[in-house]
Ligand binder design. Structure first.
Ligand SMILES: Cc1cc2nc3c(=O)[nH]c(=O)nc-3n(C[C@H](O)[C@H](O)[C@H](O)COP(=O)(O)OP(=O)(O)OC[C@H]3O[C@@H](n4cnc5c(N)ncnc54)[C@H](O)[C@@H]3O)c2cc1C
Length: 419
């Protein structure tokens, strides 16, 4: 190791990376944070950007601002890590520079997986990044505009299929039907947006398959009350520009298919060259370090720990644990294993509906939605973001309107010769 303060490099400023850095705030180390984005993204509210309820800057916060008062964060680098040399203890960055470390914390998260059908990505966009959310927003709003110009094709254009009945799929389906019925319902001259169909397709027998069965059933009822058609025990076997084909042979003509299924760990798991599971998540030791490399930790969605779900609270706890293990080393104390404290799970289903699972206490409906709202506001980073999100939600709740209905990009370029 080098003379002087130890160099801790944290790759990824998501929930895990941020909490690792914060856990080390009192320690005599030099921290470098590397991320390919200059902002921390609050992924649980991404679907609200896709659904035109929030603006991108409401759920993203500059990494430099987060650490402006943490003196041992010596450097924040906007760069992509492209290589890791475990024996030299160096990282390669996308500008071909090399970054040495004494301790490395890898927290680069996960992306979506199309289960080997990568060609579906073009026709069924997923939701993982801010760019994804803006693309979805553009395609959702553009579908209504296109239907207004082509009313003969409106039935197809206004049929939305959401693939995957986990929390993201359920949230998206609920938001889509509310856009159609409440936000756009009276604003078009030719088409009737309230006639839009939203189908939620899930391969498992229940939506929210990892939740207790009574809550899954409650979520289904709440979705159906809103008008979402829920198809469980059904897989999608083909997706193309015109719609989807289901495993039972049924064909659904659709103007927009949204992908909210499969998860694939960030490719840094592969680059590391250690054992991973089939989704690319790294098998770690009990203290979250990489087998054979006590100085390298993998945390958050990039790590696989039995019984620990890929959710934000787990990522935060893993990140904090890695920080504490470095602190234990510095103070010549023994390391201890990571224990996940399950604080419960919440999924929202539209404007005033949700399900909440706090172990012994489980409930659905308006109260669960209030709990969802309070927790998301609490964990959002930045006072400004909290205030703006609260105002946007209060306004949308009272008026049924959405403040971010802007179509960005060019949904359809004019044909040659077209005025
Ligand atoms: C749409 C959606 C909704 C969700 N809803 C919920 C919810 O309601 N509740 C909940 O608890 N969880 C939810 N989750 C899951 C939760 O967001 C994740 O579990 C959590 O973000 C994982 O944190 P992480 O720090 O491991 O990774 P991330 O938060 O994904 O952060 C990874 C960081 O690494 C950076 N990065 C990646 N690769 C590189 C590279 N090569 N070089 C440099 N930087 C890199 C990325 O830019 C990013 O900043 C949701 C996820 C999504 C996508």
């Amino acid at each position: 190791m080098t003379k002087g303060p130890l160099r801790v490099v944290i790759v990824g400023a998501g929930f895990a990376g941020l909490n690792a850095a914060k856990a080390l705030r009192q320690e005599p180390v030099h921290i470098t944070i590397v991320d390919r984005r200059n902002f921390h993204l609050f992924q649980p509210l991404l679907y609200q950007v896709a659904a035109a309820a929030l603006n991108p800057s409401d759920i993203a916060y500059p990494i430099r601002s987060i650490f402006r008062r943490q003196e041992n964060v010596r450097s924040v680098l906007l760069a992509e890590v492209t290589g890791i040399n475990l024996s030299d203890k160096t990282l390669s960055l996308d500008d071909a520079s090399v970054l040495p470390y004494d301790y490395l914390i890898l927290a680069t998260g996960a992306t979506h997986s199309y289960f080997g059908h990568d060609d579906w990505e073009e026709v069924a966009p997923g939701l993982k990044t801010l760019e994804d959310a803006l693309l979805l927003r553009q395609r959702i709003l553009a579908a209504f505009e296109e239907a207004e110009r082509n009313p003969d094709d409106a039935d197809r254009l206004l049929t939305f299929v959401v693939v995957g009945g986990g929390p993201t799929g359920v949230e998206l389906a609920g938001a889509l039907i509310e856009i159609a019925v409440h936000s756009l319902g009276k604003e078009f001259d030719v088409i009737d947006p309230t006639r839009a169909r939203v189908l939620l397709v899930e391969g498992a027998p229940h939506v929210l398959p990892v939740y207790p069965e009574d809550l899954s059933d409650s979520a289904r009822r709440q979705l159906e009350t809103l008008g979402v058609e829920v198809l469980t025990g059904t897989m999608v076997s083909e997706i193309d520009e015109g719609g989807v084909t289901l495993s039972d042979g049924r064909r659904i003509e659709s103007g927009l298919v949204l992908w909210a299924a499969g998860v694939q760990a960030s490719k840094l798991g592969d680059i590391l060259g250690v054992e991973t599971d089939r989704t690319g998540r790294v098998h770690v030791e009990g203290d979250m370090s990489v087998p054979g490399h006590r100085e390298v930790f993998v945390v958050g969605d990039l790590a696989t720990v039995p019984g620990v779900p890929g959710v934000a609270p787990a990522a935060m706890q893993m990140g904090r644990h890695a920080g504490r293990m470095i602190e234990a080393d510095l103070r010549m104390r023994s390391r201890f294993p990571f224990h996940y404290r399950n604080k419960g799970a919440l999924a929202t289903i539209g404007r005033a509906r949700a399900v909440a699972d706090f172990g012994q206490v489980r409930f659905g409906g308006f109260l669960a939605w209030v709990a969802w709202l309070a927790i998301h506001i609490f964990y959002l980073i930045g006072f400004r973001n909290r205030v703006l999100v609260l105002i946007s939600w209060a306004w949308s709740y009272l008026t049924f309107r959405r403040g971010a209905r802007i179509i960005t990009g060019v949904p359809r370029l004019p044909e040659k010769g077209e005025p």
